[in-house]
Design a protein around this ligand. Structure first.
Ligand code: ATP
Ligand code: MG
Length: 402
């Protein structure tokens, strides 16, 4: 279903202290938390729906509705409490967005979220927009497994739905390995993707409003470890300028084709021969855009609030070179496996170091607990400082040759 958000009357989209409009958010994780911070700075009220008590966003929000994402009574409470609604994650039930959109402005549109929930629909959309993706083969049945083109191997098997941070993926080098991996995944619908020789990975974040205006951040370069984002480099030269222009144009076409409203992030692979393909999209602010909070005049979260509340969209300007280091739960464990508090005091006195912790209750290895953004006047200074911070906290960091 395509939903076009109804126009909010201008007076209700302008927050006043007497009667603030309220932003409703499906999901209470770290993205919602940073969205809450941005909305509150602009004077809006916030309400988040999340089943976990005192969720990261629930701790910061004016209120939290504790309900399952699939619970229609929770949707109704969110509807009653909100003036406009957005989501922090793509795996929200499509029925929830459709229900909410019947009586309040909801962005992004349910149809765009549905496309991002399913790798196959997503790839079809990219192709329709004239943006090339990695060669792939759709798998729903054992017959599909057996007819996988040999040229795709070595390949990566990815579940069509519900994958994140490299979960729901298996490297497969041969047809028998594919069959085994598919069975291990519960024989669910999957996409088999050719494993490509990557030179670098980038992402592009755009925001599009209901009037079709699109603004963008400069493409950033990303490094993943074990399928999880580790480092984002956001400074001049991190992505070659001609490539950056192409990627921004492709991302704008993808957003346009979805009649998208909100912040959209699209991930790209640049291959060793210099060509590039699109990987996937996220219909929301993205981990690779967290640096925008500290390094830009308007962050990706500001733009998400603005598109949802139908405020004007400024073209965001980056004022500092930036590097973002993700903080996973691993650094809460010492060499002998005992838990500890990471030595924050070793970095807190450094200028240009912005520590963000998400208030998550349980520490686990590989769990995203926070991030650090390093801002500086130059790429070189940012890289030096990032190396220092990474060393002090035990985080991975590889400087780029710029
Ligand atoms: P996210 O947390 O970004 O949603 P995800 O679980 O959806 O992650 P992908 O983005 O598909 O996973 O893949 C995670 C990482 O695995 C990529 O960033 C890339 O490093 C590697 N990867 C995925 N697909 C390929 C491919 N076809 N060829 C080479 N490397 C790949
Ligand atoms: Mg990804």
């Amino acid at each position: 279903m395509t939903t076009t958000p109804a126009a909010i009357p201008p007076q209700s989209s302008t927050p006043t202290n007497a009667s603030p409009s309220t932003l409703g958010i499906l999901g209470g994780g770290q993205l919602a938390r940073m969205l809450v911070h941005a909305a509150q700075r602009m004077g809006y009220g916030t309400v988040v729906l999340d089943p976990t008590p005192a969720s990261p966003a629930g701790q910061a929000s004016h209120s939290q509705i504790e309900a399952a994402y699939s619970d229609p009574s929770g949707w109704q409470r969110l509807l009653d409490a909100s003036d406009a609604i957005t989501t922090e994650f793509e795996n929200v039930p499509a029925a929830a967005l459709q229900f909410l959109a019947q009586s309040k402005p909801v962005s992004p549109p349910a149809s765009a979220v549905a496309a991002a929930q399913d790798r196959l629909l997503e790839k079809q959309h990219f192709t329709q927009c004239g943006v090339r993706c990695a060669p792939y083969h759709a798998i729903e049945t054992l017959q599909d497994v057996q007819s996988a083109p040999p040229a795709l191997f070595p390949a990566i098997l990815k579940t069509a739905r519900l994958g994140y941070d490299g979960k729901g993926q298996a490297q497969v080098a041969t047809l028998p390995a594919l069959e085994q991996a598919w069975r291990d995944m519960g024989s669910v619908p999957c996409v088999l993707e050719q494993r490509l020789p990557l030179a670098l990975e980038c992402s592009v974040i755009v925001a599009r409003n209901a009037q079709g205006q699109i603004v963008h951040f400069a493409p950033q370069r990303n490094i993943h470890h074990d399928g999880i984002l580790s480092t984002t480099y956001a400074f001049a030269g991190a992505v070659p300028p001609a490539l950056a222009d192409d990627l921004v144009q492709a991302t704008a076409r993808i957003a346009q084709g979805l009649q998208y409203v909100g912040v959209l992030c699209v991930e790209y692979f640049v291959l060793q021969d210099g060509s590039w393909v699109v990987n996937e999209m996220a219909p929301r602010p993205h981990n690779s855009g967290h640096y925008t909070i500290d390094a830009c005049e308007h962050s990706q979260f500001d733009l998400q609030v603005r598109t949802t509340m139908q405020l004007p969209l400024p073209q965001p300007r980056q004022h500092s070179a930036a590097i973002m280091l993700n903080i996973l739960g691993d650094i809460w464990f010492d060499a002998s496996g005992q838990t500890r508090t990471p030595p924050w005091q070793a970095v807190q006195h450094l200028s240009g170091v912005h520590l963000h912790l998400y208030g998550k209750q349980g520490v686990q290895r590989k769990r995203k607990m926070g991030h650090i953004t390093i801002t500086a006047a130059s790429a070189q200074a940012a890289q030096q400082r990032a190396a220092e911070v990474a060393q002090a906290l035990g985080l991975p960091f590889e400087p780029l040759p710029v």
